[in-house]
Design a protein around this ligand. Structure first.
Ligand code: CDP
Length: 202
């Protein structure tokens, strides 16, 4: 049987960590759809057009070690605004969402476009400052030399671009449950989400 959990929200709100923990708890497969856009964006560094990059994407492209960088994030949000890029990535995500045994997908348009009939839809948010502080810590731990202010600016710029685009913009599905993680530890957020999904599964 399939069971799709859609987790959307702005940059660095905690989607990735929550998704991984939820997938582990329920024994579901997890797809970080941001990686598809980051890998597509990173391929444009080598001269491919965004559409060529998306259409030629392979599993190997997702293994690049620069995908979590700020540059890859910016490139991702630029290519993600191109309708043909999104179209090239839809089938893979939809098949993943309906695989046997359950799936958790996190991104920007999972509950609105990829899996509008998802059994559970969450929209994870946190204040700009908290998101920037969390992402800054991650990037510094990876060896990136970047200020907190630059991270905050990067998140706001991407969110604005993601929310303003015409195709599959960043926004909560009408029937999504909003989880604000500003005042929560990761453990608290994960526990709340697991309780909500368990209630929904009956
Ligand atoms: O980890 P973070 O929240 O910073 O970003 P991400 O989930 O890795 O996504 C990187 C970029 O890919 C976003 O800023 C979006 O522009 C784009 N994206 C998208 O358009 N649709 C998705 N389903 C996932 C990501």
């Amino acid at each position: 049987m399939s069971f799709c959990i859609a987790i959307d929200g702005p940059a660095a709100a905690g989607k990735g960590t929550i998704s991984k923990a939820v997938a582990k708890h329920f024994g579901f497969a997890h797809l970080d759809t941001g990686l598809l856009y980051r890998a597509t964006g990173a391929k444009t560094f080598e001269g491919l057009t965004p559409i060529e990059a998306a259409e030629s994407l392979t599993a190997k492209d997702l293994e690049r070690d620069d995908l979590r960088s700020g540059d890859a994030g910016q490139a991702a949000s630029r290519v993600a605004a191109v309708p043909e890029v999104r179209a090239a990535l839809v089938d893979f995500q939809q098949a993943f969402a309906r695989r046997e045994g359950g799936a958790v997908l996190d991104g920007r348009d999972i509950g609105t476009v990829i899996c509008p009939d998802a059994e559970v839809k969450l929209y994870v948010i946190a204040s700009d400052e908290v998101r920037a502080t969390r992402r800054h810590k991650e990037l510094v731990a990876k060896g990136e030399d970047i200020s907190l202010e630059a991270v905050l600016e990067d998140l706001r710029e991407r969110d604005e671009r993601d929310a303003a685009r015409a195709t599959a913009p960043l926004k909560p599905a009408d029937d999504a449950t909003v989880i604000d993680t500003t005042e929560m530890s990761i453990d608290e957020a994960v526990a709340q989400v697991i309780a909500l999904i368990e209630a929904r599964r009956g």
